[in-house]
Design a protein around this ligand. Sequence first.
Ligand code: NAD
Length: 234
Amino acid sequence: MSEALCEVGCKAIAIMDVLQEHGDSAALELNKKYNIPAAFYKVDVRDAEAVKEVMTSIAADLGSVDVLLCSAGIADSNMPAETYDIERFRRLIDINLTGTFLCAQSAGQIMIKQGNGGSIIFIGSMSGHIVNWPQEQSCYNASKAGVIQLGKSLAAEWSKYNIRVNSISPGYMDTALNRVPALEAQKKLWCSRTPMNRLGNVDELNSTAVFLASNASTFMTGSDIIIDGGYCCW
Ligand SMILES: NC(=O)c1ccc[n+]([C@@H]2O[C@H](COP(=O)([O-])OP(=O)(O)OC[C@H]3O[C@@H](n4cnc5c(N)ncnc54)[C@H](O)[C@@H]3O)[C@@H](O)[C@H]2O)c1
């Protein structure tokens, strides 16, 4: 998505994640390929102070914060609710939901101060709309329903500042999150239940991210776009 934004003329880009090595190499690649300022900022989205500090540095280093795309997230699959460890449950909510809020809050504060509006895009999931089956993942599903509803709530609150907040809800995508041995057998089942009979490719959400970030979607706020190869159709 960062690369897609660079392709359409984004003037500077900041990547936030906990993975220093991946982040540094992604920023370097974008910097070389698009000849724009691209920088990596290591931050754990659960850490309110650190997120605020990093967002302030980004605005100072790159000039402004106009678009925020919140994608950091983890999944817990095959976790029966009756034995779900509460610390694991809290950790997932902390990363997926509270982390999304903290990033939006600190970017929102800067956008409000800048006075030029902005676009905030959350990555929800079809799991915020439907319950995945057969894997038991109550916490993940609840976290993503929370992310989608959080986006709608912020959209209403911040429309007076011309800050738009929308979300993208992917179906099963072929990313690192799903490239784990424990999910191999289930992936076949997921494909068979997806009318398009495959997982989504990593680049198949990019154009929607660009659309939501850009002036092509100026009357759009509080919306959630499901992109799932038809999974939620039936
Ligand atoms: N892959 C799918 O099938 C799928 C489907 C629907 C929604 N999603 C959502 O898409 C988003 C991206 O997932 P992905 O599939 O690219 O997985 P991914 O594991 O490749 O990417 C998630 C990123 O979040 C980062 N992260 C995790 N915890 C963090 C923390 N505390 N602070 C900062 N960064 C942290 C990870 O380091 C990683 O780079 C997630 O929110 C996920 O829930 C994925």
